[in-house]
Design a protein around this ligand. Sequence first.
Ligand SMILES: *Cc1c(COP(=O)(O)O)cnc(C)c1O
Length: 450
Amino acid sequence: MRRILLSEKDLPKQWYNIQADMPKLPPPPLNPQTKRPISADDLKVIFPMSLIEQEVSTQRWIDIPDEVLNIYASFRPTPLYRAVGLEKALGTPAKIYFKHEGFGPAGSHKTNTSIPQAYYNKKEGIKRIATETGAGQWGSALALAGTLMGIEITVYMVRISYDQKPYRRIMMETWGAKVYPSPSDRTEAGRRILKENPEHPGTLGIAISEAVEDAATNKDTNYALGSVLNHVLLHQTVIGLECKRQLEIVGDYPDVVIGCCGGGSNLGGISFPFLYDKINGKDVRVVAVEPSSCPTLTKGEFRYDYGDTAGLTPFLMMYTLGHDFVPPGIHAGGLRYHGDSPLVSQLCHDGLIEARAVGQTAVFESAILFARTEGIIPAPESAHAIKVAIYEAIKAKEEGKERVILFNLSGIGFLDLPSYEAYLSGKLTDFEYPDEKIRESLCRLPEIRI
Ligand SMILES: *Cc1c(COP(=O)(O)O)cnc(C)c1O
């Protein structure tokens, strides 16, 4: 079967919470000032109570509210595809499956969490949500959720993306959100940075500082994060739960589950339901793929760090490159984050998730092959997962093994066409670290010849 579909009645009714089953839970988030474990009261300033409860819950299954299911149903369950064209081009005995999360109106998996986040805020009487966006996918997912749930959205958009990706901004504005380039003069954090450098290109860390400050200083305003936090990864598990049922239909089970990893949410979403099996003895590998220019899991340190640049967010235990790390301006904007989800970090640390870093020219080479064999133009972020899926398929061919490979297509690339143009015209290069030691130690995959 090439396209494996579920019907609306097969939508998962509960999210899977991996905190119930992890061999070791991450150490608690700390208050950024006192360095003591953070309390619900600290978080109440910027988050609704239901999400704070989900953040710390160790209950295995959490009900999805009917109002959320109702909106999920407008684009879920998403199809699972067998990549027959790609398999043929590679001449691999492996079966390659991919979950198409670019199906929703915003074009990425991020609506799986923006919808419940908008819902819980609205239900608890909040009028407005402030957030940040890098490449614009999270901002557009939240803008969409805001208009469907009836809650105002303010987006601080990393300036370099604001300037380079006007279509994302227009999408957000079409759905009724207010969008400001960050650093902006609307917050203390933004003004401080603009004073030092009026031309600052912005980072996700700075934009987070601005949105958190906006939420903390306005009573009817909360904050929402599109990745990293436990409740975000929880909401994304609909991806993996659907995949499991879809693979059952064709009688397959993956040997390896692959996802690109920026803050860890689409990877967590597709893999956690399979990690449940792994924790219970099943033989399945999970691979996180990140850009070699922002190698958080492969080259970062496992320690407490801030989620943002100004140090306003909780101190989280995670793999980090340092909260002041400014990654180079690669095309996969959604993967430019200095840290990673504490859940994914802990699972990586404990050997349940493997990590790989890949360079962007190799990523685009894979994206092009995928587009020319499957027809779908992937988001540059998702193409990181494609690169490693291709690598695994070639390895299976070399070893003569009929493996089952599953990867997440986290989004489509219609608004990333300028990066395709850069690649096709030979202008795209791999970022090279000035520091030779870092460069040499980067965990790169061997080049794949196709
Ligand atoms: C945001 C985004 C990512 C990276 O975020 P994760 O939380 O790591 O999933 C990956 N792919 C797409 C299409 C995105 O929009």
